[in-house]
Ligand binder design. Sequence first.
Ligand code: HEM
Length: 410
Amino acid sequence: MAKPPLASERKIVFSDEVLQDPYPTYTRMLEEGPLHFVDMGGQWAVWAVFGHAECSAVAKDPRLSAKRAQQMIITLPPGSQAEFADLARMLGLWMIFMDPPEHTRLRKLLNKGFSPAAVDGLRPQVEAIVDRMLDPLKPGSEVELMNRFANPMPVRIILEMLGIPQSLSDMFVKWSRDIALFRGNPNRTVEQARAAQDALHGLTDYFRTAVAERRKNKGTDLISLLIDIEEEGEVLTEEELYAQCIAMLFAGHETTRNLIGSGMYTLLQHPEETAQLRDKPEMIRPAVEEILRWESPVQFTARVLKEDIEVCGQKIPKRWSILCMLGAANRDPRQFKDPNQLNLKRLNNQHLAFSAGPHFCIGSQLARLEGQVALLKLVQRYPQMKLVGPKPEWAPTFGFRGLKSLQVRL
Ligand code: HEM
């Protein structure tokens, strides 16, 4: 990241106002061009690509690095940065913040746990968990759907995959939230950094014990798989092993809960389309793809330039960051017909909700499965579901878009 050449060139995207409805701003930006210089608060600004083709190209470009954990610290006040060296180091161990060859090796090994067969095998578990969670929620009753269902559901699935007791789910949700508030917030604060660092310490301590126990008693869960990877002679340090468990837990929870929450909110705002889905359940696959495009749970990702490069005719120097605005790319009229219209039957929906290139979401099939099962069951079980109370607000994490709460009558 670097200082802007001209303050007047900065565009405001990361504001509380835009957060509540970023789409008119995205539309305006896309009309003006695919690349903009975006204000990051304080003295900071970065280049950001908004177009679909450009986001895809940046995410795939080997001249750009995914190693950006350190970059998250340098926007904090200079006097406080030393306190968070451990935070940057721990995040830097996540596969999503690695480059080849470390990334390639780890990704190849982890792919085993997320193969289509492995994910498909989880369908009965996902359906059973969703049914168990929805059974106590009676039609006609009033509930806050984020807390009662969308937030805890994906964490239950990922805990099951990792072989961790469900009784710990509240603690993991709290830790995950603390990391999301730091990671997903371009205007991050020292307090958020402190909470994220504490959460990572807590999670690392937990997985240190869990991995030691699992070594004595291996199963078919993801932790056991990661231990086997290590035993195959690959260079995976203990800390790297804990880091992948944490990353999986975080990535599996913080995104999918918002696919379900924002997805249900979207469906409630489009009753005619939702009625069609209820009548034709086979529509759920394209419907979930459209919801991923419409309210992308990950609104942007970032890369760091390994060398000077030119993007959209603009020379950008080495070591600068560039943002890929995935949420904007998913509304790009050059890629999507009527991008600001929800179409649950949209064909050839090449959205970038899971990014592109080597870091394309490893959990995409699992997320799709969870989204399809959860949303279809909600729509079928509660045909009368309605929004109640004041208009829902969006949580203050720009990167991870999701509702603070969703009050409904079932
Ligand atoms: C709707 C749900 C989800 C969305 C929208 C989503 C989105 C994304 C995106 C955009 C990336 C790439 C970021 C980049 O290019 O920098 C990513 C990577 C990743 N996701 Fe997901 N994700 C979801 C669910 C999941 C689930 C369920 C898991 C695992 C249980 C998961 C695990 C990961 C991991 C480990 C990576 C890093 C992959 C790599 O670096 O090679 N995600 N996800």
